[in-house]
Design a protein around this ligand. Structure first.
Ligand code: PMP
Length: 286
């Protein structure tokens, strides 16, 4: 069945939602996005995603005059129109239709292109991968250096996922100057005893909304947090590892570049944080 999607103020059947071939998102990858998770028909971490969206737009000098209240209303209407229970709402804002291909930004006042749609993932919180844990390979981080801005320029992330798949694994970790930056679409962590180690925030990584909440919950659970870069060798010697993202929550990692972590099953801290995070997210979802 066709979804109803949102395009520039209109709710349309997905087949009828068309964007110009001159759109900056299409021609230049000149666009930012957000994915907000939906559990039981409610949005999790909505304010965090909207705050990051506003920051991404600002950093790229892009304007989009939709207020937080309006964003919330659009998200809610799409959830309702599509009967979404579990999954996510994808949101993309581009610099709009420039009328031709040109490296210069379109004139001020050119309207942004705004697209939102739902993606259904029934039973999202019961992903069987969380029971077995996932396996990652490392690949060099060949992305640009403003990874803190959530742009749609995801080609290297997409290629890294394909490399992992070809290697018979689940995901890839990016490595730069000998240190892990982040996962192909997630932030990553290692655990040693009672201590969680994760890369500090900078332009090198996306400032994950899930990361912020999980670290706060970990502190409340009396875990020690060390925000600093770590190496693949350190990860391989860790007791456990996990990653975080809006749609995977806290995902245990059991293997890094062919080396099993701990006893090769999801670790105690990863499992506990996953439970806490999902429970809390459900409680505060709107
Ligand atoms: N890093 C990258 C590169 C990502 O693509 C994502 C997911 N969009 C994340 C981290 C996790 O961010 P969040 O927790 O906000 O989903």
């Amino acid at each position: 069945m066709s979804r109803t999607v949102y395009l520039n103020g209109q709710y349309l059947p997905e087949e009828e939602a068309m964007v110009s071939i001159f759109d900056r998102g299409f021609v230049m990858g000149d666009a930012v996005y957000e994915v907000t998770c939906v559990l039981d028909g409610k949005l999790t971490e909505f304010e965090g995603h909207m705050a990051r969206l506003e920051r991404s737009l600002r950093e790229l000098e892009m304007t989009c005059d939709i207020s937080r209240e309006e964003w919330l209303a659009i998200h809610r209407k799409l959830i309702e129109l599509n009967g979404l229970t579990d999954g996510g709402v994808y949101l993309q804002v581009t610099r709009g239709n420039a009328g031709d291909r040109d490296f210069h930004f379109p004139p001020a006042g050119t309207p942004a292109t705004v697209v939102l749609y739902t993606q259904s993932k029934p039973g999202l919180a019961n992903d069987p991968h969380a029971l077995t844990g996932i396996k990652v390979i490392s690949v060099p981080d060949l992305r640009w250096h403003r990874r803190d801005i959530k742009t749609v320029q995801l080609l290297w992330a997409s290629m890294a996922k394909m490399m992992a798949e070809k290697a018979g694994k689940d995901d890839a970790w990016f490595v730069e100057d000998g240190f892990v930056t982040e996962g192909s679409s997630n932030n990553c962590y290692i655990v040693k005893g009672n201590k969680i180690i994760t890369r500090n925030l900078s332009n090198d990584i996306l400032h994950g909304i899930t990361r912020g909440s999980v670290l706060k919950m970990a502190r409340e659970a009396q875990l020690e947090i060390e925000e600093r870069p770590f190496t693949i060798e350190e990860a391989q010697a860790a007791d456990e590892a996990f990653y975080t993202s809006a749609s995977a929550f806290v995902m245990p990692i059991v293997e890094v570049d062919g080396v099993s972590l701990g006893d090769g099953t999801p670790g105690r801290v990863s499992k506990r944080l996953r439970e806490i995070y999902i429970e809390e997210s459900r409680k505060v979802a709107i």
